[in-house]
Ligand binder design. Structure first.
Ligand SMILES: Nc1ncnc2c1ncn2[C@@H]1O[C@H](COP(=O)(O)OP(=O)(O)OP(=O)(O)O)[C@@H](O)[C@H]1O
Ligand SMILES: [Mg+2]
Length: 341
């Protein structure tokens, strides 16, 4: 497949809107008329605080610096590259942004061997074949031309093309393009992504060039199983997502599993943070803290105790070796968590 990438001058990504606030009048000097390229119906965030409020309204509690990084990514129209340990909330950033914008989330899950076909577009060969066969049966119909066979009706749009071709008119909310776990893809794919992210335009030789009317907000994530090339990092803004501190993690657990109650949420968080400090093979993330609180609640517990913690350890540790290391420490961890929570 040949994929040409043409240069397109960046357009403004519009103003921030979403279900929770529309900044139509709160942002003088940065309105649509002055910037001249979007309608007042959609407002980008005016400040990192605006971003923070929007994330919190969607149930996401950002750590230090994340709201500023998101604000700048939107404002400067640069991809945001999020790295961090598993389960610290990298992928969720894209989900909550799309929800907050009220726009589409296009997700490209990377894996070893992923190529341009899976990322941009493919021809639907099966449907083309069926169409040809059906046509052949009708002896009176004129022959099918290549134009007809390689037209939009047989084009399967993959996430990158969806993000570029499917963006709304200038002035509408940008779609959110999540390129998840880029560290799993190989170098060639990275180089190819770099070109797409530079131009936001894709040429399908048989059809023509698709250009993004509204530049998508791009979130790249990595668990750092390998280092991503500097060229890609240079194009993006970078933010390392830290594990939350105690108070924030309790608040996250409570926001995702409110049924657990404050006492259980605090004790589980304390125990998870203690397990995290043990240098296990697979340290538990925030997702595991949420799952553990839910599991204990499902068993009717509203506070942590050693036998229940031991029985439900599979909600928080996913390797036998880690569980074997943790079990002898569990009584002390639980005792400490109870005295703290
Ligand atoms: N700051 C946060 N606020 C609210 N929920 C959070 C936060 N951080 C993590 N979570 C929750 O934790 C879970 C895991 O988050 P997510 O899948 O985004 O992690 P991740 O960093 O992408 O992990 P992985 O590297 O394994 O893909 C989600 O259910 C998410 O809602
Ligand atoms: Mg993820």
């Amino acid at each position: 497949m040949r994929v040409d990438v043409a240069f397109v001058p960046a357009t403004s990504s519009g103003r921030f809107t979403g279900r929770h606030y529309a900044l139509g009048v709160t942002n003088p000097g940065r309105n649509s008329t002055e910037r001249g390229d979007f309608s007042p119906s959609w407002a980008p965030p005016a400040s990192p605080d605006d971003v923070e409020r929007a994330l919190i309204a969607e149930g996401y509690l950002p750590g230090e610096g994340l709201s500023t990084a998101i604000f700048l990514a939107i404002e400067l129209r640069r991809p945001l590259f999020l790295e961090g340990e598993p389960g610290v909330g990298k992928t969720e950033v894209a989900n909550v942004l799309a929800r907050s914008f009220g726009s589409d989330l296009l997700r490209l899950q990377c894996y070893e061997g992923i190529d341009a076909h899976q990322a941009i577009y493919e021809w639907d060969y099966q449907r083309q074949l069926l169409y040809l066969r059906a046509h052949d049966r009708r002896s009176d119909s004129p022959p099918i031309g290549e134009d007809e066979l390689f037209s939009e009706r047989f084009l399967i749009r993959r996430p990158l093309l969806q993000a570029i071709a499917g963006s709304g008119a200038v002035g509408s909310a940008p779609p959110v393009l999540l390129i998840d776990e880029i560290d799993r893809a190989d170098d060639e794919f990275e180089a190819f992504l770099l070109e797409i992210l530079a131009n936001f335009s894709v040429t399908v030789p048989e059809i023509g060039t698709f250009r993004a009317e509204v530049v998508p907000v791009v979130i790249l994530t990595s668990n750092r199983t390998r280092d991503v090339h500097d060229a890609l990092k240079r194009r993006a803004l970078y933010h390392w997502v830290e594990h939350p501190d105690f108070d924030r993690e309790v608040a996250i657990v409570l926001s995702r599993a409110p049924e657990a109650g404050h006492q259980l949420a605090s004790q589980v968080t304390s125990a998870v943070q203690a397990l995290r400090s043990m240098g296990l093979y697979k340290s538990p993330g925030v997702a595991e803290a949420i799952d553990w609180a839910r599991a204990l609640h499902a068993l009717g517990r509203n506070s942590l105790d050693e036998p229940s913690a031991s029985r439900t350890l599979g909600a928080v540790l996913k390797y036998r070796e880690d569980a074997d290391r943790a079990r002898p420490e569990l009584a002390a961890i639980v005792e400490n968590a109870i005295s703290r929570g």
